[in-house]
Design a binder for this molecule. Sequence first.
Ligand code: TRP
Ligand code: SF4
Length: 404
Amino acid sequence: MSAVPQGKRVLSGMRPTGALHLGNYYGALRNWIELQYRYECFFFIADWHALTTDYEDTSGLPQAMHEVLIDWLAAGLNPGVATLFVQSQVPEHAELHLLLSMITPLAWLERVPTFKDQQEQLKEKDLATYGFLGYPLLQSADILLYRAAFVPVGEDQVAHVEITREIARRFNHLYGREPDFEQKAERAIKELGGRNITLYRQLRRRFQETGDVAAIERARALVESNTRITVADRERLLGYLEGSSVSVLPEPQALLTASPKVPGLDGRKMSKSYGNTISLREDPDVVAAKLRTMQTDPARVRRTDPGDPEKCPVWDLHKLYSDEPTRQWVQQGCRSASIGCLDCKKPLIERIVEEVTGMRKRAQEFEENPDMVANILIEGGEKARAAARATLDEVRRAMHLRPQ
Ligand code: TRP
Ligand code: SF4
């Protein structure tokens, strides 16, 4: 049914912070929307992550999750191709988190940059909890549970993908050995069928004898594109190419989102905590009013004072929204004081009103059909659970957590 190429998986999550704003859209969501047509994608609302810093009053969570989901759909995430779900509806995240916690050295968690930073920055919150310390590990479980190859994240999250790689490596080192691995791998080769059997053997030999990288890459592609073998056999065949262990939990790679600078109304980065946002489904009149009072180059006190777009956050919005002729008109008009700031903002107001109007229109269908939204999450949750269970089966087996 899916039109998406199988194989490499993408996973990412977002905390349920309520209605999303333009910064969230250009910083993450827009990228997810592109990825969904190129990979098998899993995107989830990280409600458990919200608890790691805000556990006292959780009453706003349902509404916040609803808003995020509506925004995802309005922006173009397509539940027909991507799997959309809520973390707490897939309890397998908790099981993997627990198992990984057994092998994670405390020091690894204590040295994650966000641990100390956030404890210092968010002094008003009690972040001396077990849950907060373990939050990067919960994220590792999120990622490894789906054997994601790629994790689209912003700069601030790269360290979390890095620790995930270390944990995967440690797990595979500890538990990636099956006593009868070679026999099982040999049996799996036969499952490849036809001439792929000889081809796999030739490529493996070439890599092992001469270190031929092109050979191992071809062999990997051969294994990954084979849809007849089981997930377990696929991991065995991949592991067998290099040596004698299975990579039960493959190491993910961060896909750093190239995010343009999205200024908030006060000129600082757009962020909910600064209260300087334009939300994705903002009322068009409010968009216009907010932009009209947006911070400009502080040196332009009077209409007759020339300005410098480089010192103006409105210019950053033009870089995001305006075509070349408009940008030239801004540059020239600002520097010569031939246009006023309100003139300068006019084309932006038009573009952004157009954008939020499109979002509002697409959101309407979902706002009016709560059942449809609920079903998207139920279906997404089921698909996610099936994928998660397949990994956990392997994990349990590797850790000998099965009665004889
Ligand atoms: N920690 C991420 C954030 O605060 C959200 C998140 C949770 C996530 N689990 C994830 C992102 C897994 C990528 C992959 O933004
Ligand atoms: Fe900023 Fe435009 Fe005013 Fe120049 S004219 S200061 S770019 S808003």
